[in-house]
Design a protein. Structure first.
Length: 296
């Protein structure tokens, strides 16, 4: 990887990390589901009229829009609105390392490596520390919502893989088109029609900034550059960079909202990040070791 691409990837991770503080800015002023609906509306319109629909069945686009727009970011935004700090929300999204392991094993019939199992166990240990150490900063509802979002994150990968698409950017745009209406309906169901209408009337500069920041640099620019790097380099060399996202999210939460971790939460964060890092390690298989020994 070139130095320039490496630096740009670090900047992208900082962008994605600080985005969690921007999400919190938005939910402090508007309904979480409504904010997410506005985010994906801005990301899709008017760009969808200039991007050709990818040659995949509609069911993949619809399910991707629901799992990505509602499942991942709708629930994550709602978890922040339920009292979870942006830094911890970003960190706990990395628990997808566990659900990805299960999806790969039972739905994609992938081989489960030792590093994946060890990484998942470490991540579970870190999660256990957070659950055990309840100091009031982690609400049960917020925790349940973001863990559900991490499961949907893994399902997203399954949908993209099953679709077989190569037009990832177009797939994202057309898939996200199916997110705003369900999110708006959920906002009405959860908060009530009168509350939603009042939220729309009270939209201010902070809400518009939050939605636009999430839509343009974070979603459109960010995922475009990320997919470009995935194509240019191996996944194994690019994926570990995502470990920086929770780090920047925690820094952003501290700078903008005075959020901080106590000792136990800090240890849990390190254990979870270590688990994600270990899960990305490519350990040699037994067959490869035997073959190498035989050549010596």
């Amino acid at each position: 990887m070139t130095r320039q691409d490496g630096l740009l990837l670090v900047l992208l991770m900082a962008l994605w990390g600080f985005n969690f503080s921007v999400i919190k800015l938005g939910v402090n002023n508007i309904d979480p589901f409504l904010l997410t609906a506005l985010r994906f509306s801005l990301a899709v319109l008017p760009l969808i009229f200039f991007v050709r629909r990818p040659n995949v069945p509609w069911r993949y686009l619809m399910t991707y829009g629901l799992t990505f727009g509602v499942g991942v970011w709708g629930l994550t935004t709602l978890s922040v609105g339920a009292g979870l700090s942006g830094g911890l929300a970003s960190l706990l999204l990395d628990m997808s390392v566990i659900s990805s392991l299960l999806v790969g094993r039972y739905l994609l019939k992938e081989h489960v490596t030792v590093s994946k199992v060890l990484g998942s166990l470490l991540a579970l240990l870190g999660l256990g520390l957070i659950i055990w150490h309840q100091d009031g900063t982690v609400t049960p509802l917020g925790l349940a919502l973001v863990l559900s979002a991490s499961v949907f994150w893994s399902i997203n990968g399954l949908i993209v893989k099953r679709s077989g698409t190569r037009a990832v950017f177009a797939f994202n745009i057309w898939g996200m088109a199916f997110a705003p209406i369900p999110l708006f309906v959920l906002a009405i169901c959860v908060s009530g029609p009168s509350s939603v209408m009042q939220s729309i009337a009270d939209i201010n500069g902070s809400v518009l900034f939050s939605a636009a920041f999430q839509a343009y640099p974070t979603t459109l620019l960010g995922y475009w550059f990320w997919n470009k790097m995935i194509v240019k380099y191996s996944v194994s060399s690019v994926a570990p960079m995502t470990l920086l996202v929770p780090v920047f999210a925690l820094i952003g939460g501290y700078i903008f909202f005075g959020e901080s971790l106590d000792v136990v939460q800090a240890i849990a964060a390190v254990v979870i990040l270590l688990g994600v890092a270990v899960s990305e390690v490519k350990l040699p298989t037994r067959r490869a070791v035997i073959a190498k020994v035989g050549q010596q």
